[in-house]
Design a protein around this ligand. Structure first.
Ligand SMILES: *Cc1c(COP(=O)(O)O)cnc(C)c1O
Length: 394
């Protein structure tokens, strides 16, 4: 089975993790600090906090920015569930805005229409690693004096008009889940613009204790500690950071390989009828190529998208679906307007599927995916009977 994602782990990662194990320091410590500094350099020198997951980083961001009950956060329905779950965790209300059909990124016009008196924050998701329209979203955030928090789980290494993703919003979350462009096993990071917010996030990351946990556990700080608010246990461990340090040094090369494979896919897909890749960001932006998502002209087929994914998997191609939109989930259905308020996301959901893309894939793997996809599309195409029912040509 060719999975849709697989981490790229070399002997260098294994050696660094082993060195960490032998060092006797496994929890948050020197390797986490080095990882945070190295990542900070890539995002314009902003403060970075390593976390135990991307979800934890996003939760910390909203909590540290003081988003809470009575506040609305505008986000995309086309995302992983944690983007909206953390809005609920801080007691705020998620407000979905529809997406662009061609990129699956938030549609700035829909965001503008969703802004209201209670809006505190706009939370875009850089879908698949392609940057959102940040000129428009930053403009809206400024115009309405609201915060901009980015879910960049897919977008480590991406850039918008020369600005690295991570250097733009008030806060940016990265995920280092094993499927993502960089992995720490599980893990994440939070980048913050404001030093005071970063200090609060650091405190919330470690139980709400008002002192540097590294200083205390290394015996440099005072033996006593003071809990000033109910924080979380969200820090990255040095074992995770050991993996992350080597992965970060390899990120450019891994992302370059993703882009190379993506270009090959785009070339091959041009010859496959009824399947279109997502639109590319224009040339002044950099794509992180986290996911290879295609839109299938499902009307041409006798089967639904899920059947297509099933057939691909039976044939050894680990296709995925990113994502089942949140407005269709049981938890969020009561929170959205009646009727189909997000027709673009609903329609996209019927036709999207994710093809395998990861740095260690061979070019022959891409050819195999295209070959199998082409065969399955041919086998599931509506028959001549269905075509005969269509209006005859004049
Ligand atoms: C992976 C992902 C997350 C969550 O990251 P974790 O590290 O798994 O907690 C959030 N948002 C999006 C869009 C993701 O793909």
């Amino acid at each position: 089975m060719l999975p849709y994602a697989r981490p790229s782990i070399t002997d260098a990662e294994i050696a660094e993790v082993e060195a960490c194990l032998r060092s006797g320091w496994l929890a948050t410590g020197p390797r986490t600090a080095r990882f945070e500094a190295a990542l900070g350099e890539q995002v314009g020198g902003l403060p970075v906090l390593g976390t135990c997951s991307g979800t934890a980083a996003l939760h910390l961001a909203l909590a540290a920015l003081g988003i809470g009950p009575g506040d609305e956060v505008i986000t995309s329905p086309m995302t992983w569930v944690s983007t909206a779950n953390v809005i609920l965790h801080v007691g705020a209300t998620p407000v979905f805005a529809d997406i662009e059909a061609t990129t699956l990124n938030l549609d700035p016009a829909a965001v503008a229409a969703a802004v209201g008196p209670r809006t505190r924050c706009i939370l875009p998701v850089h879908f698949g690693g392609a940057p959102c329209d940040m000129d428009a979203l930053e403009g809206l955030a400024r115009e309405h004096d609201v915060l901009l928090v980015e879910d960049a789980a897919h977008a480590l290494g991406a850039a918008y008009a020369g600005r690295p993703i991570g250097s733009i919003g008030d806060a940016t979350m990265f995920s280092f889940h094993p499927a993502k462009n960089l992995t720490t096993g599980e893990g994440g990071a939070l980048v913050l613009r404001d030093a005071a917010v970063a200090a609060r996030a650091a405190r919330l990351r470690y139980h709400g204790i008002a002192q540097d946990p590294g200083a205390r556990s290394s015996g440099r700080g005072p033996a006593s500690y003071d809990v000033v608010e109910a924080g979380f246990k969200y820090a990255m461990s040095d074992l995770q950071a050991a993996l992350g340090l080597v992965q970060l040094a390899r990120l450019k090369e891994m992302n370059r390989r993703r882009a190379e494979l993506a270009a090959l896919y785009l070339d091959r897909l041009a010859d496959v009828a009824g399947v279109a890749p997502l639109a590319l960001p224009d040339a002044r932006h950099r794509h992180a190529w986290h996911l290879m998502v295609v839109r299938v002209e499902i009307e041409r087929l006798r089967v639904e998208r899920d059947d297509l994914v099933g057939r691909l998997r039976e044939a050894g191609i680990g296709a995925g679906v990113h994502f089942v939109p949140l407005h269709l989930q049981t938890l969020y259905r009561p929170l959205v307007p009646a009727g189909d308020a997000f027709p673009v996301a609903t329609d996209a959901h019927r036709r999207i599927l994710t093809l395998p893309l990861f740095p260690d894939m061979e070019t022959s793997d891409v050819d195999r995916v295209i070959e199998v996809l082409t065969r399955i599309l041919r086998e599931t195409e509506r028959g001549t009977a269905a075509r005969a029912a269509a209006p005859a040509e004049a």
